[in-house]
Design a protein around this ligand. Structure first.
Ligand SMILES: Nc1ncnc2c1ncn2[C@@H]1O[C@H](COP(=O)(O)OP(=O)(O)O)[C@@H](O)[C@H]1O
Ligand SMILES: [Mg+2]
Length: 234
């Protein structure tokens, strides 16, 4: 069954037609990668899913319900969460306070929420009193994911998790993503790092100037001639 379904999405910024007839499915517990170069419409897709921008036409269905006209807060309450581009932590706040913000909309984190996040990321428990701004890039990534997981989402959206991380941390970061996925959370990961994103995904989509140009099983996309030429550098 599909958890998230975008059908026939057309999103505009003013007169500019950004997303052009985008159809995307994410199944329960599935890990799906959305690939594409700079300015191809990846972040706009995530914003459309969350309701931060509204499509002019098309539908967003989530957890068995059409949410196209629903507020972002409603979608989050129904089980969406995001790790935004560049993580957007609250730098002058502690790790613990950042995690608490993730549970804000549901009225605060329970003991179980913290335990779940700390069992995935034991380091965050050790560092719970440290200011987020003083953490390394990889550690900040854990805080951003932990914060998103505090609301116990069904679907975690991630906008370019590898951006700005040293190569060794990119690998570590994708291991963490896999770990979160294995805990049962469906994920839609937006990436320019196609190799890494497809290596852990079940399926993938490729956007090019607002249109989907390729989709399929991650294994098949990794071998696809066009994708190899355009993104994989081999
Ligand atoms: N708020 C906005 N107003 C006008 N144009 C925007 C806005 N946000 C993004 N765009 C444009 O929409 C296109 C897609 O942007 P985006 O979805 O951020 O791409 P990506 O995340 O793939 O880099 C780009 O050409 C970008 O300049
Ligand atoms: Mg983007």
């Amino acid at each position: 069954m599909s958890l998230l379904r975008l059908s026939g999405i057309n999103t505009f910024y003013g007169q500019i037609h950004i997303l052009q007839g985008v159809d995307i499915d994410v199944g329960e517990g599935e890990l799906v990668s959305l690939l594409g170069g700079n300015a191809s419409g990846k972040s706009t897709t995530l914003k459309t899913i969350l309701g931060l921008v509204r499509p002019r036409t098309g539908a967003v269905e989530f957890a068995g319900e059409e949410v196209t006209d629903r507020a972002t807060s409603y979608r989050i309450a129904r089980g969406m969460a995001i790790v935004p581009e560049n993580r957007r932590l609250f730098g002058p706040m502690t790790v613990l306070e950042n995690l608490e913000m993730g549970a804000y909309l549901k009225g605060g984190g329970t003991k179980e929420d913290y335990e779940r996040v700390y069992s995935l990321f034991p380091l965050l428990h050790e560092r719970r009193g440290q200011l987020a701004a003083t953490l390394s890039g990889g550690e900040q990534q854990m805080v951003a994911m932990g914060r998103a997981l505090m609301s116990q989402p069904k679907l975690l959206l991630m906008d370019e998790p590898s951006m700005g991380l040293a190569p060794i941390l990119v690998e570590r970061s994708f291991q963490i993503i896999q770990q979160v996925h294995q805990s049962g959370v469906a994920m839609l990961i937006v990436e320019q790092n196609a190799n890494m994103a497809l290596s852990i995904a079940d399926r993938g989509y490729v956007l090019s100037t607002g249109r989907l140009v390729l989709e399929g099983a991650a294994k098949e996309l990794l071998e696809h001639e066009d994708l190899r030429k355009a993104y994989l550098g081999r």
